[in-house]
Design a protein around this ligand. Structure first.
Ligand SMILES: NC(=O)c1ccc[n+]([C@@H]2O[C@H](COP(=O)([O-])OP(=O)(O)OC[C@H]3O[C@@H](n4cnc5c(N)ncnc54)[C@H](O)[C@@H]3O)[C@@H](O)[C@H]2O)c1
Length: 432
């Protein structure tokens, strides 16, 4: 599965003509932004949007929870004081909570920032593009194959409407990675023969259950540990590393098989996700990407990507390229030349929008690379070889039938309070 939009920096090779609509006619007006999902990343992204261009104004916010929204607004005002804080204009009448708040927030905006847990991304993205908004959305872009199908369809709609879409796979906007992919494309390491990718770390946050919470509120608050919301950490976090290899190879793996489970993170507060995965992803040219991700305190930590070619190796974390004997062919100057790729994403997006240009269509590669990570999860959960195309075609959905505070989430705890987890060899998504 090759993606036509997989190019360095996520920037399309030749800018299209001016985007349809507002900015084409007047570059002097305000660019109104709505933030949907006001947590850690959303607050950061809103600040980056405000810093990117003096015409950017934050006009509406939506979060499932009003306390989260207000906390975000307070933090944003503090961070932006004297630096564009006057462009935060979100009175209570434009603060929305609940599952439908995103629609109301979008009423006021030209650009939307989608930073909820990824389970909601397909719905929010579709609504935004249907209503002609430019989009910055965080990775991953879905948690199941049905969500990927939806995002791929919406990506086509965005293209036909010439709406800019940036996906927060920020390594594609990071100077060191851009320098390395340039050298790879110029042949410095020859053809890629294998790759290793890692996101191994210790513990992660847990949001405790309070007596007042029903099951839906609890899962929405403690979303990391429920697949319909998060996708498991192989999708939510390790996607960054997997994406690097997909980007360099300009394709996604056709199959995956692997192993995983939960050893240290076994309590009821950890929902249903695994604490480790190891996956062998195979591309159609036979190249294997070995992927490992782990959340276990006290173990070896590493977040990195290494690509081996017929003539050399790229060590992404170090920004270094070596020949196969270990001689350094290139070393990126991290101390002086690295940028803040999170800020860069917004600088580029809002520059394009302010000039009425159509330059970014990241949704397609964001969807393909999210699918790779989902296929990895299906492989470790089932213990079977998973075919990417079959997984996509299955349209498998793990979403609830309805999104409301009274609705029943798709996974529930047993009498002991523990949630059912996948069991390799027993769990089977695609009986063959
Ligand atoms: N690119 C990166 O390096 C990076 C870093 C961190 C997070 N992220 C991504 O950003 C997203 C958010 O992560 P976070 O760390 O900010 O989580 P968070 O829990 O801090 O924030 C998520 C917010 O979304 C809200 N929310 C949940 N469902 C909602 C809905 N239906 N409508 C409106 N709001 C809703 C939550 O209440 C919460 O306030 C995730 O997809 C994550 O993977 C990316």
């Amino acid at each position: 599965m090759k993606s036509t939009a997989l190019v360095a920096g996520g920037v399309m090779a030749s800018p299209f003509a001016a985007t349809a609509g507002f900015y084409a006619e007047s570059a002097a007006v305000e660019i109104k932004v709505a933030l949907i999902g006001c947590g850690g990343r959303g607050t950061g992204a809103a600040a980056q949007a405000l810093k990117s261009h003096p015409k950017v104004k934050l006009v509406a916010m939506a979060d499932a929870f009003m306390d989260r929204l207000q906390n975000s607004l307070k933090n944003l005002k503090e961070e932006m004081e004297g630096e564009g804080g006057d462009r935060i204009d979100v009175p209570t009448s434009r603060q929305y909570s609940g599952f439908d708040g995103y629609k109301k927030a979008m009423d006021h905006a030209d650009v939307v920032i989608l930073t909820t847990p990824p389970g909601f991304r397909p719905i929010h993205f579709k609504e935004a593009i249907s209503r002609d908004k430019h989009v910055f959305m965080e990775k991953p872009v879905a948690t199941d194959p049905a969500g990927i199908q939806s995002v791929l369809e919406t990506a086509q709609m965005a293209k036909s409407k010439k709406l800019n879409v940036i996906v927060g796979l920020q390594r594609r906007y990071q100077n060191s990675y851009l320098e390395m992919i340039k050298r790879y494309q110029d042949g410095m390491i020859g053809d890629i023969t294998s790759a290793q990718v890692y996101w191994n770390q210790g513990a992660l946050w847990v949001r405790p259950r309070k007596p007042s919470m029903n099951e839906m509120e609890y899962q929405m608050r403690n979303w990391y540990y429920f697949n319909w919301l998060c996708g498991d950490h192989i999708v939510e976090q390790h996607i960054h590393n997997i994406d690097v290899v997909n980007w360099f190879k300009d394709q996604t793996p056709t199959t995956a098989q692997g192993m995983g489970g939960r050893v240290m993170r076994v309590g009821k507060e950890y929902g249903e996700i695994f604490d480790h995965h190891f996956v062998e992803f195979t591309y159609d040219d036979g190249v294997v990407m070995n992927s490992q991700c782990r959340h276990q305190p006290g173990t070896f930590t590493r977040v990195d990507e290494i690509l081996t070619g017929t003539k050399g190796r790229i060590f992404c974390r170090q920004g270094r390229i070596e020949d196969l004997k270990g001689n350094v062919l290139y070393q990126f100057d991290k101390a002086n030349k690295e940028n803040n790729p999170y800020q860069e994403e917004h600088n580029l997006l809002f520059d394009a929008i302010s000039k009425g240009e159509y330059k970014f269509s990241n949704a397609e590669y964001g969807a393909h690379t999210t699918l790779t990570a989902i296929v990895g999860r299906l492989a470790t959960y089932s213990g079977k070889v998973i075919d990417q195309q079959a997984a996509l075609n299955s349209g498998l959905s793990i979403q609830p039938e309805e999104y409301s505070w009274d609705a029943t989430p798709p996974v529930l705890p047993g009498d002991d309070g523990l949630y059912p987890c996948a069991q390799p060899g027993v769990t089977d998504y695609f009986k063959s």
